[in-house]
Design a protein around this ligand. Structure first.
Ligand SMILES: Cc1cc2nc3c(=O)[nH]c(=O)nc-3n(C[C@H](O)[C@H](O)[C@H](O)COP(=O)(O)OP(=O)(O)OC[C@H]3O[C@@H](n4cnc5c(N)ncnc54)[C@H](O)[C@@H]3O)c2cc1C
Length: 484
């Protein structure tokens, strides 16, 4: 086995969370290495292009921004260069904290490479982390397989950002994951261009009742408020003059039902898409739940293989439907099929605190806050034409945000390891799987790892005093206080 030089901080996985972790650690001065399985950065955002509403949910229902730091920095850099849309927060959407801050995923990808280089972090691409090196329960580095062979990369601190928790699990951290019968369906996304948006917009203006409005409401609202919002949303759709004001469209009920009868739509999901901004005002449509495959565990490659096969069949049918039925899509064509299934639900690595549905509902504050979110708990995808199960949703009832505690990033049973991204320690309902949440936990893990290396302490020991971590996060632009 080849042994490389030692790093202060090794980050496993170059998705949104891993890139933020590496930049944050390197900016503080840690000798940092980011290891990624494929040849590019950005994870799901780059492969899939992008998660429909990346970035989204940066403002809570009270209109306060609650996620910033590296996300805001990246968004504003892309906006200046013409590769993002400004924060979109019309009144009827803001009331549910359902705001959009679209970025062009290809330019996001360029930016990540630039920012990694600027930060001084090193990159090792085309390298699969397969295990950790350990002494007792103390992680001492990672084992990597790549074209060079098998490598030991010694590290003082390891941050696991692979999305699925493979590395933390191999290091001995406990995890929770629902069973095959319960797990949410996964999706292969695709993007299309060639849409006549004026024609589509005319259809939307004339048929606002054909679209879903549930995402614009909050679960604890009264019937009257829900009804009032439904009317506002319909007015908004009736009067929209630019497709980018709308952001996402779910529904097309009449077309869907007709196609279902004709065998031209499958019943694994509903119809809808999000927008992807490109240069010069061009907009593409991104379909990220037109295929859904249930009962597949991300910890079973046979299940993943079946999902890839079935989702492609569904996507082919979905695209034919789109071209035939949706006004404006007659000349549409596919520009990108995601090269791998996107996992909607997987392992949650159990840490020193488990964020709960009750914490979300109460908008709970924690002394060891490292970031915030207002994203609802309990919104699960279901494998039928409803797509999203809204019955069990809860959100902070005061219209504010909840804190994400540092302890959710510190896995049990293992020392010198942190986790960030969607696998951090939560119960099922409060799963922090959205991009803005992943970037918040990534940035915090990076600075925490630096502090542990500098002070020769473990991430668990850092729990005793997180003041400097919080100060540094705020200096890097993160929002920890001052919101509901
Ligand atoms: C269908 C779908 C739609 C979604 N839509 C949205 C949305 O609209 N808005 C939103 O905010 N979120 C959305 N999400 C969630 C969001 O996309 C993800 O949770 C987020 O991208 C995860 O970011 P991450 O950096 O933690 O992980 P990932 O993006 O999964 O990145 C993990 C990285 O680690 C690498 N890796 C994995 N294993 C290894 C290894 N062993 N060694 C080295 N590298 C490894 C991978 O190649 C990848 O680059 C959606 C998710 C799905 C499935």
């Amino acid at each position: 086995m080849i042994t490389t030089k030692e790093y202060d901080v090794v980050v496993c996985g170059g998705g949104a969370s891993g890139v933020c972790a590496a930049i944050a650690a390197a900016r503080e001065g840690a000798k940092t290495l980011l290891i990624e399985r494929v040849g590019t950065l950005g994870g799901q955002i780059s492969f899939s292009g992008p998660p429909g509403f990346a970035f989204a949910h940066l403002f809570n229902p009270s209109g306060e921004q609650d996620a910033a730091g590296l996300i805001e920095e990246m968004h504003s850099r892309l906006l200046k260069e013409g590769h993002a849309l400004p924060h979109i927060k019309p009144e009827e959407r803001l009331a549910a904290g359902y705001t959009f801050s679209y970025i062009d995923p290809e330019w996001f990808n360029f930016l990540l490479f630039e920012m990694i280089e600027e930060s001084g972090a090193e990159l090792l691409l085309h390298s699969l982390v397969v295990d950790v090196a350990k002494e007792g329960n103390v992680v001492k580095g990672v084992i990597v397989e790549n074209t060079n062979g098998r490598m030991l990369i010694p590290a003082k601190m390891v941050i696991e950002c692979t999305g699925e928790g493979d590395i933390a699990t191999r290091a001995g951290a406990p995890f929770e994951m629902v069973d095959r019968d319960t797990i949410q369906p996964h999706t292969v996304s695709f993007t299309v261009d060639g849409v006549d948006w004026k024609k589509l917009l005319k259809y939307v203006n004339e048929n606002p009742d054909q679209f879903s409005y549930f995402e614009y409401t909050l679960p604890h609202w009264s019937e009257e408020k829900v009804q009032e919002t439904k009317e506002k949303v319909q007015d908004f759709l009736r009067n929209a003059t630019d497709i980018t004001q709308i952001g996402e469209l779910m529904g097309f009920y009449k077309f869907r039902d007709e196609a279902l009868k004709n065998g031209e739509w499958h019943d694994y999901s509903g119809v809808g898409f999000f927008l992807t901004p490109k240069e010069g005002g061009v907009v593409q449509a991104h379909f990220q739940h037109s295929s859904q495959w249930p009962n597949a565990l991300p910890t079973d490659a046979w299940d993943l293989t079946r999902t890839e096969i079935e989702c492609r069949k569904q996507n082919k049918m979905a695209f034919k439907f789109v071209k035939k039925y949706l006004p404006g899509f007659e000349n549409a064509y596919i520009t990108k099929m995601c090269p791998e299934v996107r996992i909607r639900e997987g392992r949650r690595i159990m840490g020193d605190y488990k964020l709960t549905r009750e914490d979300v509902k109460a908008g709970r504050k924690f002394d060891d806050v490292i970031g915030k979110s207002h994203f609802k708990a309990g919104a699960h995808h279901v494998c039928n034409t409803t797509t999203l199960e809204t019955v069990a949703k809860v959100c902070p009832e005061n219209g504010g945000s909840y804190d994400i505690p540092y302890r959710c990033l510190v896995p049990q049973n293992v020392e010198n390891m942190l986790v960030a991204g969607k696998m951090v320690s939560t119960d099922r309902d409060s799963y922090l799987r959205y991009v803005q949440q992943n970037m918040v936990t990534g940035q915090a893990a990076g600075i925490a790892a630096y502090l542990c290396v500098r002070d020769h302490i473990t991430p668990r020991e850092l729990e005793k005093n997180v003041k400097e971590l919080q100060d540094k996060l705020e200096k890097q632009g993160a929002i920890l206080y001052g919101t509901h």
